[in-house]
Design a binder for this molecule. Structure first.
Ligand code: OAD
Length: 238
């Protein structure tokens, strides 16, 4: 029997229509902790559970605390793309990979050179006024302190999807179309515990679903290939 990485290498070599679907585990090798691992953000102690602190209600009612948490825990200005981000960008340039669908908000795929990146949960690199909708540079939040304000008096918020908020329709639709049409679907670095994002996998119709994740997921039985290793290490071999 072939090694799992060799199978994946072959699938990748044979395909011109690969789609990648990833989560926080893709960026841990860049020094950004994930959410649900032992040392992840959700295992740390806070005044409120992180799901609460990252909710729309918390943003509205505890705005200053929201920004304090956001700046301290979700911004990683020194993080750089790792081997996984770089190989995916290369696969796109080679004409093999059609889209990166990510739950991450760190922008590392774009920094690595990926172009068709569908950011289901938004990005820390964009900001807008919650009152008038005007776009602002992310530095209005990221480089400042306290509650950032627009000229209209509204709060400048990050363009990230908070709990209780809907995903962007257009981004979801493009992700669904890419996944539906994919020949090879690479899923990596995600616990697949957060919906609706995780549910997008159900649109895949092919027979080459590879799941690369350090820990088991509820979708392991649905995958055609499961690799419980670090995504960066795997992508160096394929
Ligand atoms: P999780 O923290 O839930 O899952 C990350 C998964 O990556 C875990 O199962 C780890 O075992 C695995 N992992 C960690 N490092 C890895 C590596 N180097 N190689 C392979 N696997 C690795 O993160 P997500 O599934 O992305 O949403 O979480 C989904 C959403 O929950 C996030 O987008 C965020 C959070 O609440 C919002 O903020 C809206």
């Amino acid at each position: 029997m072939q090694e799992p990485a060799a199978v994946l290498r072959q699938w990748i070599a044979e395909s011109g229509n690969i789609v990648f679907f990833g989560g926080a585990g893709v960026s841990t090798e860049s020094g950004i902790p994930d959410f649900r691992s032992v040392d992840g953000l959700y295992r740390q102690t806070w005044s409120h559970p992180p799901e609460v602190m990252l909710s729309h209600t918390f943003f509205e009612t505890h705005t200053e605390e929201f920004f304090d948490f956001y700046r301290r825990k979700l911004l990683f200005p020194d993080a750089r793309p790792n081997a996984a981000h770089l190989r995916l960008a290369e696969l796109e340039r080679e004409g093999r990979l059609r889209a990166v669908v990510t739950q991450n908000i760190d922008g590392l795929h774009q920094q690595a050179g990926s172009r068709n990146v569908l950011e289901l949960h938004g990005s820390v690199h964009r900001a807008y006024c919650a009152a008038c909708g005007r776009a602002h540079p992310a530095s209005a939040i990221n480089a400042g302190t306290g509650v950032p304000r627009c000229a209209c008096g509204g709060v400048i918020r990050p363009d990230v999807v908070l709990y209780e908020e809907a995903l962007d329709d257009d981004t979801v639709e493009r992700a669904v179309r890419a996944i539906e049409a994919a020949e090879v679907l690479l899923v990596a670095g995600t616990s697949l515990a957060v919906f609706p994002a995780a549910g997008l996998l159900n649109y895949y119709r092919g027979r080459r679903l590879a799941l690369i994740n350090l820990s088991e997921t509820a979708y392991d039985h649905q995958a055609d290939l499961v690799i419980h290793e670090k995504i960066g290490e795997v992508m160096k071999q394929v």
